[in-house]
Ligand binder design. Structure first.
Ligand SMILES: NC(=O)c1ccc[n+]([C@@H]2O[C@H](COP(=O)([O-])OP(=O)(O)OC[C@H]3O[C@@H](n4cnc5c(N)ncnc54)[C@H](OP(=O)(O)O)[C@@H]3O)[C@@H](O)[C@H]2O)c1
Length: 425
């Protein structure tokens, strides 16, 4: 049987998943491709490292030239991570006319346009299914299955670490720090969890989804984002009493003349299917003008799940290797302005001193800024600090911000503990 040869950049979590799938599912691969896949060389940082998988001698290298300059290698699979030197490796591979598969969300979200252009010039394919939500085939679904749709909205739980943390806070009554520690102990969160908990990882994925579904390139740094660090156990409890769950949502939605795009903790009805996405799982809720609503649910990370997405890309290229198809979309670029959020319904929790009249005072000021209220919750009377929760009607966020700037100056107001959008999906 004919062979397609692969150069693997990285043999960590994802790299070893790819290696294992290649070996365990060899029959399925040959059945699908009519060819064999062979990993010829693997780039690592430290060839002496003890590894859990059995690999042939001399397959490891620390010199990328042994991969990109080898004429026998057709496909380079980048699963090393980070931006540098990964981007340089991706570019060098494309320049040497290798098809490229990557799982690297940071690199694609930041340098995607340049890499696509290079792939187009060189007549090779660039694929990155694993970069968004690991094992969930969302990119392929958007590019192929839903290609005939105008996508109206994508709302996703795209970060497993923060979803695990919020699930623990909600189901086990943990505070944020305790839930984060558990996530680290279980290996879901890294030693430095900042990219997950401050929403950067979600912004990388949202940037990639936006470029595919809306043909609009938005850098991850341009996406308004807020993480989960300010959410307290109390917010989760109050939200639940009001009929909501709190999830970190990545949202991109088409409005008449602007594109809404942001990452933020959001209250969603507890009956919505996204509210049932727990622990480290991910899900994407998509609205297309023909298909209507659909949801994809699955593992957003993990060696084999992510390896499955990488393998899907390798097999797609393997099927079309002679065609040297280009991957840049030719869809007309839509001229849409981007804004974080214009309006919505909001949950605002204040910590106030329990003085008579404080509720009325705040409500009156909100009214002066046209912020009308749906409900107010006040609990824990006769304590030094009491929470005061307002649920607004649909209002302009900018007006709410202006009102809050005034309210925070009141002596009775200790702090504005949290502001979250409510999304009645
Ligand atoms: N983990 C997941 O579940 C998941 C899910 C979706 C996407 N991804 C993405 O997949 C990529 C890989 O993640 P991972 O978890 O597999 O990472 P990892 O476990 O840290 O593995 C990285 C691998 O790349 C090698 N490497 C790193 N820097 C290198 C350099 N400068 N030169 C040569 N080799 C280098 C390392 O070599 P040594 O082995 O010698 O250290 C290691 O084998 C990342 O872009 C990540 O965002 C991961």
């Amino acid at each position: 049987v004919e062979k397609i040869k692969i150069g693997l950049l990285g043999l960590g979590n994802v790299g070893s998943g790819v290696w294992n799938i290649l070996n365990q599912n060899e029959d399925e691969i040959v059945n699908f491709l009519g060819k064999k896949l062979e990993v010829k060389k693997i780039l690592v940082r430290n060839p002496e490292k003890v590894r859990e998988i059995n690999i042939p001698e001399n397959i490891l290298t620390t010199d990328i030239r042994q991969i990109i300059e080898d004429p026998e290698i057709d496909i380079v699979v980048e699963v090393m991570g980070g931006i540098h030197p990964a981007v340089e490796c991706l570019k060098a591979s494309l320049q040497n006319k290798k098809h490229v598969v990557t799982a690297n969300k940071a690199a694609i979200a930041t340098y995607g346009q340049e890499l696509h252009q290079l792939a187009l010039e060189q007549g090779v394919q660039l694929r990155y299914e694993a970069s968004v939500c690991g094992g969930i085939p969302i990119i392929n679904t958007l590019k192929n299955g839903l290609a005939a749709n105008k996508i109206e909205e994508i709302v996703g739980i795209v970060n497993g670490t923060t979803n695990f943390i919020l699930t623990q806070m909600s189901n086990q009554g943990m505070e944020f720090e305790e839930a984060l520690k558990l996530a680290q102990d279980k290996g879901y969160a890294e030693a430095d969890p900042s990219s997950d908990i401050y929403g950067e990882d979600a912004a990388f994925k949202l940037s990639i989804l936006t470029s595919i579904a809306f043909n609009k390139n938005i850098l991850p740094t341009e996406i308004p984002r807020e993480g989960v660090t300010k959410i307290s156990k109390k917010d989760i409890e109050y939200a639940f009493q009001l009929g909501y769950k709190i999830k970190l949502l990545a949202t991109v939605a088409r409005h008449k003349d602007f594109l809404e795009c942001h990452v933020q903790p959001t209250l969603i009805p507890k009956t919505h299917p996204l509210a049932a996405v727990n622990d480290e799982f991910n899900a994407l809720f998509v609205k297309g003008n023909a298909v209507g609503e659909l949801m994809l649910y699955g593992k957003g990370a993990g060696s084999l799940a992510t390896g499955s997405a990488v393998m899907g890309d390798i097999l797609s290229i393997g099927k079309n290797i002679e065609i040297k198809a280009q991957t840049v979309t030719t869809k007309k670029k839509e001229d849409i302005t981007l804004i974080g959020e214009g309006s919505g319904q909001y949950y605002v929790r204040f910590q106030v001193k329990d003085h008579p009249g404080v509720l009325g005072k705040i409500a009156t000021l909100l009214g002066e800024y046209n912020v009308s209220l749906e409900s107010v919750v006040q609990t824990g009377r006769n304590e030094e600090r009491v929470p005061l929760i307002f649920i607004t009607h649909e209002i302009e966020r900018s007006l709410l911000n202006k009102a809050l700037e005034e309210i925070v100056k009141y002596d009775e107001v200790i702090e504005i503990a949290s502001i979250m959008k409510i999304k009645n999906l």
